[in-house]
Design a protein around this ligand. Structure first.
Ligand code: PLP
Length: 411
């Protein structure tokens, strides 16, 4: 038989969502009349903006005719989309990005998962805890994590940066040498952010310690506060130490359509085994063009439409809809005396479970007494124990109903 990549056997089961589904199913079997509200969903629920569907319909019609038909496109994305990204997401904020630094893809999950391939096998990886699990699991698959220590619930060679209420979910700098630092802001799952000055500390650290920041800003569109940077490149010096990942998934309802992009500045350098410097952008370009054949023309026309005046107004109202929900959850729970975080610059609300309940005990209480499904914080890492994530992606009506139900609980 063929030998397998045994790193895959080092992965921990995706216990979180299967366990949620199991408990939910059991509850529904025992209580068929219960009307469950899910505030656990990480997927958007509103329709696509009109500007997007119009542009996509027009693009489909173009493809039907030989003169305007398009087959394989540039793997890095069509100029019309790359230029719209550069103008609107960067130049409008005073950041200069060149077209050969943008790589359009079919999702940030793939990009944040694949990026580690171009770094050495012995690179030391640092992640925030709690964390979006893709960063950890893809490094496990690559054999970079060391073994999982079930006593401490962590991989031996991964450096975990704890984010708890005690440090206001702002991790300390690593206490040992690391090579790659995954930062996610606005953060999933905590919904928290860093100010520009706080992010500068990380950029300066990366510059002083020869490491690279992998900056996931999938939730950038939800930022409402002035001092929260929309891009890491707003921080001086970041072009030499940071790769940025952006997604249209949550911004514009593209979770099913699939479109995202990654920015890899030309200044970013790494070392080969002889100590000579290598341009990281060239490596990512090589990887992208070898393993990826581009996002469909129709999808890219849809993404471009987000940047039209009509599209901008429509995605603003989508984001506002979810952020109204976030405010309802946040204020509602606060008024009950719960300790609540996030929900101001992100569609996630992270709460401290009351009365010292662990994350799963609170899950069971919420499900059985209020018929609400959320996500236990411990599922995102050890530091998430005693916390719970609610999302703002439901309908307004269900969000209001859920908060009313929680109000009636004895907490
Ligand atoms: N990064 C973070 C932090 C996320 O929470 C998600 C989706 O939930 C993604 C990336 C994936 O985005 P995409 O839909 O573009 O693959």
């Amino acid at each position: 038989m063929t030998s397998i990549n045994s790193n895959y056997l080092n992965l921990q089961g995706s216990y979180l969502f299967s366990e949620i589904a199991k408990r939910r199913t059991k509850f529904i079997q025992d209580n068929p009349q219960a009307e469950i509200i899910s505030l656990g969903i990480g997927d958007v629920t509103r329709g696509l903006p009109d500007a997007v569907t119009k542009a996509m319909h027009a693009a489909v019609d173009e493809l039907a005719v030989p003169g305007t038909f398009r087959g394989y496109g540039p793997e890095q994305g069509y100029d019309f989309l790359v230029n719209a990204i550069i103008e609107n997401d960067y130049r409008a904020r005073g950041v200069d990005i060149q077209s050969n630094e943008v790589f359009v893809s079919d999702g940030s999950k793939c990009d944040v998962g694949n990026i580690q391939e171009i770094f050495s096998q012995d690179a030391i990886v640092a992640v925030q805890d709690p964390v979006y699990p893709v960063y950890v699991d893809t490094n496990v698959m690559a054999g970079r994590s060391g073994l999982f220590n079930s006593e401490i619930g962590r991989y031996e060679n991964i450096v975990y940066l704890d984010c708890t209420a005690e440090n206001n979910f702002k991790p300390s700098l690593p206490d040992r040498k690391v090579d790659l630092i995954y930062l996610c802001y606005p953060n999933n799952p905590t919904g928290m952010t860093l100010t520009k000055d706080e992010l500068k500390v990380w950029v300066d650290y990366a510059r002083d310690n020869n490491c690279l920041i992998l900056f996931d800003s999938a939730y950038e569109a939800f930022i409402t506060e002035e001092d929260v940077p929309h891009s890491i490149y707003e921080v001086e010096g970041a072009r030499e130490v940071a790769i940025e990942f952006r997604s249209f998934s949550k911004t514009a309802g593209f979770t099913g359509i699939r479109c995202a992009y990654t920015v890899v500045p030309r200044e970013l350098k790494g070392l080969d085994k002889d100590g000579s410097s290598v341009i990281i952008n060239d490596l990512w370009n090589r990887r992208h063009t070898t393993k990826f054949n581009g996002v469909s023309y129709v999808t890219q026309r849809g993404a471009e439409a987000i940047y039209s005046a009509e599209g901008k107004a429509q995605i603003r109202s989508l984001v506002d809809y979810y952020m109204t929900n976030a405010g309802i959850i946040r204020d509602g729970l606060r008024s009950l005396g719960l300790e609540v975080f996030g929900g101001v610059n992100a569609p996630y609300i992270w709460l401290k479970t009351p009365n010292g309940l662990d994350s799963w005990a609170f899950f069971d209480k919420l499900l059985s007494e209020a018929n609400i499904v959320g996500t236990p914080g411990v599922g995102f890492g050890r530091s998430g124990q005693g916390y719970f994530r609610l999302t703002a992606f439901g309908s307004l009506e269900n969000t209001e109903k859920a908060v009313e139900r929680i109000r009636k609980l004895s907490l």
